[in-house]
Design a protein around this ligand. Structure first.
Ligand SMILES: Cc1ncc(COP(=O)(O)O)c(C=O)c1O
Length: 410
């Protein structure tokens, strides 16, 4: 496929000051975007501006700074609403990230709705963040965890999925895209099937948000979780989208300031959504940075980004397939820009360290998906993951460096 016309990656790269540096004497090729993405100037500036001009606590003050901070914080909520196409702005809850969003649902929804004999359905592809919170709530309630198998390409076995959707299942929690091997799941189909049985669905969108346009109304998911730092925003800020009717029935997950309506020592009442779920001083600067990151993503265009990254994925898959003894783990038809692989019997960490000495930053390890590594019978993989600023030239450097690794271990 030809590169996207008008997609000026050289210019885009200039928006990210961190990318303009040498690592071990080589220009940095940052191919670890599934772990976290780099931040464009506009995000850095938005955070800086907030701390230089408006820093104050939100919702509580009557003074000008507090009003400005509150306005910016709530404007960020509206921006996220538009980004995921939520029907109501109060369906957007600011959290620390995907991990906290899933913990919120597991605790607030799971604890009240799961009983002994019930089950939570997840898939083999899940990140630990979409396994452990459910395991914990299952231990507390006597419910059990059921796991949808995948095929050798790393795709969900849909036949098995439908069989596992029994009356005992009280929630389906599944990733939109796999961080470890890149598979994009057919979540719309899965949500429809679950809803036919009145089973609510949580989507872990940590890896999808920076690559795929999200429309929660079209998907009709009940919950959608994402992390700001995976989509060119700051760390420590993320989103839980939840359908209003569901959120209103759920008890708060954490108690403290902001989430209350009236407090007495005898009994307290809770605030309305979304504030009911935002106890304590929130990450105001984080929300403002996320707003700027979404503006940035929209200015480049999600469709353009998806096309550019898909082109990089095809290019990298082809180039890496020609390296002897390199085995790609995860060959699904639908993938985000992630290539996970092993190189003969060379340990993933050794590969990662040598690549680092070539200025190529990738990730080596289990990628917080140990059960998925077990499924492929590997302890770890090397993972290159692409973002909107990556280039073919960087992939060429990755391939050259991998050939060097082979020579060193020959
Ligand atoms: C698929 C997936 N889910 C959840 C998470 C957890 O995200 P965070 O650490 O931002 O909470 C990640 C992070 O790598 C992820 O890739």
């Amino acid at each position: 496929m030809d590169a996207v016309i008008d997609y000026d990656v050289t210019r885009i790269k200039q928006d990210f000051p961190i990318l303009n540096q040498q690592v071990h004497g080589h220009p940095l090729a940052y191919l670890d975007n599934a772990a976290t993405t780099q931040k464009p100037n506009c995000v850095l500036k938005a955070i800086d501006y907030y701390y230089q001009h408006d820093n104050s606590n939100v919702h509580r003050g009557v003074h000008a700074l507090s009003e400005r901070a509150t306005k910016s914080y709530e404007a960020a909520r509206h921006k996220v609403q538009e980004f995921v196409n939520a029907k109501h702005v109060e369906e957007i809850i600011f959290v620390r990230g995907t991990t906290e969003a899933i913990n919120l649902v597991a605790n607030s929804y799971g604890r009240s709705n799961l009983n002994a004999g019930d089950s939570v359905l997840i898939s083999t592809l899940e990140h630990h963040s979409n396994i452990i919170p459910w395991q914990m709530v299952c231990e507390q309630t006597g419910a059990s965890l059921k796991v949808i198998p995948i095929n050798d390409a790393g795709e969900i076995n849909l036949e098995a999925f439908e069989k596992l959707l029994t009356d005992e299942v009280k929630i389906l929690a599944v990733g939109h895209a796999s961080n470890a091997i890149g598979t994009v799941n057919p979540i719309k189909f899965m949500i429809n099937k679950a809803h036919e049985k009145n089973i609510p669905v949580l989507i872990d969108g940590a890896q999808a948000a920076p690559h795929i346009a999200i429309d929660v109304q079209d998907l009709d998911c009940d919950f959608y979780a994402l992390s700001g730092h995976k989509m060119y925003g700051p760390t420590g800020i993320g989103i839980l989208y939840g359908k209003k009717a569901l959120l209103e029935t759920m008890l708060p997950y954490q108690g403290g300031g902001e989430m209350i309506s009236r407090v007495t020592f005898e009994k307290s009442t809770y605030n309305k959504i979304p504030h009911k779920f935002e106890a304590g001083t929130p990450n105001i600067a984080g929300a403002i940075g996320l707003h700027a990151a979404i503006d940035y993503l929209q200015s480049v265009g999600l469709d353009n980004i998806a096309e550019h990254e898909h082109e990089l994925l095809i290019y990298a898959t082809e180039a890496m397939s020609s390296i002897p003894e390199l085995r790609i783990i995860g060959t699904a038809k639908e993938k985000i820009g992630v290539v996970s692989f092993i190189l003969g019997d060379i340990h993933a960490h050794d590969v990662g360290t040598i690549l680092d000495h070539h200025g190529v930053a990738i990730r080596a390890g289990h990628h917080c998906a140990m059960p998925l590594m077990d499924r492929f019978e590997v302890p770890a993989t090397v993972r290159a993951s692409f973002g909107l600023y990556n280039t073919r030239e960087e992939i060429d450097r990755l391939v050259d460096a991998l050939n060097d690794v082979r020579r060193m271990f020959a």
